[in-house]
Design a protein around this ligand. Structure first.
Ligand SMILES: [Zn+2]
Ligand SMILES: [Zn+2]
Length: 98
């Protein structure tokens, strides 16, 4: 079983990520503004760690990586972090593993 870390660091994932930006551009699927720099899994890796690596399973999203921690240049939301937090079950004592 592939771990989320292995998923993200694999060569196939980097290829899928590049393909995804080619297909979907850089409009963030979370806030709808351009300039997204990260790939977000439609089904989070935390939910389905062993999912196939597929550009169509990814969407552009604003994150703090590669953007000096600023998130979206239009609305300043840190969409990837927001989304991640919104999917965290409050009763689930998650370790800050990522
Ligand atoms: Zn965004
Ligand atoms: Zn935005």
């Amino acid at each position: 079983m592939r771990t989320p870390r292995e998923h993200r660091s694999s060569r196939a994932y980097r290829t899928a990520r590049t393909l995804m930006f080619g297909i979907y551009g850089t409009v963030c699927h979370w806030c709808g503004h351009p300039g997204a720099t990260e790939a977000d899994h439609l089904i989070p890796l935390s939910v389905w760690p062993d999912q196939p690596i597929d550009p169509h399973a990814l969407r552009p999203i604003h994150g703090v990586n590669g953007n000096e921690g600023l998130g979206c240049p239009t609305c300043t939301r840190r969409c990837n972090q927001e989304r991640g937090a919104s999917l965290t079950k409050p009763d689930l004592n998650t370790s800050e593993d990522w």
